[in-house]
Design a protein around this ligand. Structure first.
Ligand code: SAM
Length: 226
C-alpha cells in the first residue's frame, strides 16, 4: 500500500501518464501507478546504487519490467528530451529538487507537468517553477507520521505570471484553501523563527541581515495566521 503522501502525488498524474520518477528509491510510486493503469509508462531514476537495486527488485517482484524502466543516473540525465510528459520529484529537500530541475532543464522538453514534493524549502521549488514557464495549478498539504508534507503541481504555461512573495512562501493554492495542516505547519514555523531570532540576537555580533529576513518572514506568517 502506498503512503498517503505518495498517493496524493499519484493522484495528480493523468491516466495514461508517461512519466519519470526522479529519486525513486524503491520505485513504489511508478509500480503503484503502472499496476493500476495499463496505459501508464514510467522511468524510475536513481543516482545511488543501493536504491537503484531496490527499485529493480520491486519492479521484478510486480513483473512490471515492460512498463517501468529503472535507470541509474543523476537527476534528469536519465531521460532524453521529449521522452516523458510528467516528472515527479518527491521526498527530497526543495534546494535539491530545484537543482535537479535547473541542471536538467533541457531534458524537460515536452514535460507538461511537474509534481514536486519537497520536504523543506518549498520556496526554492516555487521560485524555480514560476521563473521557468510553469504555473502552479494545484497544491496539497498532508500530515503523516508526525510530518507535514506539501505537494506542488505545476503545468507548463508560457508567460506564467509572477508570484508574490507571500505566494512563494506559503504557496498560491494553499493560501487560497488554507487547510488545517497549513495552520499546523505555520504555527510551528512561527515558533521556529522566534527561537532562531532570539538565538541570533544573543550572538556577539548579531547578523542584522539574517535577523531582518527572519523577522520579515515572521510578519508574513503572523499575517496569514490571523
Ligand atoms: N521519491 C521517493 C519518495 O518520495 O518516497 C524516495 C525519496 S528518498 C528520501 C530520496 C531518494 O532520492 C534517494 O533514494 C536518493 O538516492 C535519491 N536521490 C538523491 N539525489 C538524487 C539525484 N540527484 N538524482 C536521482 N536521485 C537522487
Amino acid at each position: 500500500k502506498l503512503s498517503k503522501r505518495l498517493s496524493i502525488v499519484a493522484s495528480y498524474l493523468p491516466s495514461g501518464a508517461v512519466f519519470a520518477d526522479i529519486g525513486s528509491d524503491h520505485a513504489y510510486l511508478p509500480c503503484f501507478v503502472c499496476s493500476n493503469d495499463n496505459e501508464a509508462r514510467a522511468i524510475a531514476g536513481e543516482v545511488n546504487v543501493g536504491p537503484y537495486e531496490s527499485a529493480k527488485e520491486t519492479v521484478n517482484y510486480y513483473q512490471l519490467n515492460d512498463v517501468v524502466d529503472v535507470r541509474l543516473g543523476n537527476g534528469l540525465e536519465v531521460v532524453t528530451p521529449g521522452e516523458v510528459e510528467q516528472v515527479v520529484i518527491a521526498g527530497m529537500g526543495g534546494a535539491l529538487i530545484k537543482s535537479i530541475l535547473e541542471e536538467g532543464v533541457d531534458n524537460l522538453k515536452n514535460a507538461k507537468r511537474i509534481i514536486a514534493q519537497p520536504n523543506v524549502d518549498e520556496k526554492n521549488v516555487r521560485t524555480w517553477l514560476t521563473t521557468n514557464d510553469y504555473v502552479i495549478s494545484h497544491e496539497a498539504i498532508t500530515e503523516e507520521n508526525g510530518h507535514i508534507y506539501e505537494i506542488i503541481v505545476a503545468d507548463r504555461y508560457k508567460n506564467g505570471k509572477q508570484l508574490t512573495e507571500m505566494e512563494i512562501l506559503f504557496g498560491p493554492e494553499l493560501l487560497k484553501s488554507k487547510p488545517s495542516e497549513f495552520y499546523q505547519k505555520w504555527k510551528l514555523e512561527r515558533e521556529k523563527r522566534l527561537r532562531v531570532i532570539e538565538q541570533l540576537n544573543q550572538a556577539k555580533i548579531p547578523p542584522k541581515e539574517k535577523i531582518y529576513q527572519f523577522e520579515h518572514e515572521l510578519k508574513m506568517i503572523e499575517e496569514v495566521l490571523m
